[in-house]
Design a protein around this ligand. Structure first.
Ligand code: E4P
Length: 217
């Protein structure tokens, strides 16, 4: 499973990448706004830091302008993936950009019929938003399972990118449900390796080792 980090903060991307766990980055207009940086500059910096796919979202709402924006964003670096919203215009732009050889991430997916349309529009990625569905009392993970079944039924190659991740449980459940990629906010990514029993066990091993007076290297 690939791990993307869901942020436009250079310092976070740089620190997390050094763990070797970051395969790509996703951004959106809200994350770019939070970074306080110029969109082109920050995307170029992220693309230089991370060799994997970096999603950059269009902000136009009609297909022609989305396509123009997508082509502009794609010129920033060769690892840019253009993100378009799951609207009819977004799907039209997706098909056109994909025909140009540009990778597209169709975002803001909330049901499996939408995901089916994205696959038919030749999306490279579909981004179902788990956390936002859970917030409404729906089961976001069920959506990942349904999309997995549908894509497998028809051998669609569109990759399922679990998004709107709020907890380590979302990450492991997405893996169990067959998501290809999970995009994780930095704070959640850091929490993935943490367990109180790991800390407790390590403290006890080290205390016993101290008593031996031995060294290893
Ligand atoms: C995905 O690409 C989005 O940027 C992101 O996962 C949205 O998450 P949120 O619901 O926490 O804003």
């Amino acid at each position: 499973m690939d791990f993307f980090v869901d942020t436009a903060e250079i310092s976070e991307i740089s620190e997390l990448s050094s763990s070797g766990m970051v395969d790509g980055v996703t951004t959106n207009p809200s994350l770019i706004m939070k970074s306080g940086r110029d969109v082109r500059e920050v995307l170029a910096e992220i693309c230089a830091l991370v060799k994997g796919p970096v999603s950059a979202e269009v902000v136009a709402t009609d297909a022609d302008r989305m396509t123009d924006e997508g082509r502009t964003l794609a010129k920033i670096a060769e690892n840019i993936v253009v993100k378009v919203p799951l609207t009819w215009d977004g799907l039209r732009a997706c098909r056109t950009l994909a025909a140009d050889g540009i990778k597209v991430n169709v975002t803001l997916c909330f049901n499996s019929a939408q995901a089916l349309l994205a696959a038919k529009a030749n999306a490279t990625y579909i981004s179902p938003f788990i956390g936002r569905l859970d917030d409404l009392g729906q089961d976001g993970m069920e959506l990942i399972e349904d999309i997995r079944t549908i894509y497998d039924n028809y051998s669609y190659e569109t990759r399922i990118l679990a998004a709107s991740i709020r907890s380590p449980l979302h990450v492991s459940s997405s893996a169990l449900a067959g998501a290809d990629v999970v995009t994780v906010p930095p704070a959640v990514l850091r929490r993935l390796a943490l367990h109180p029993l790991t800390d407790k066990g390590l403290a006890s091993f080290l205390a016993d080792w101290e008593k031996t007076g031995m060294t290893i290297a």
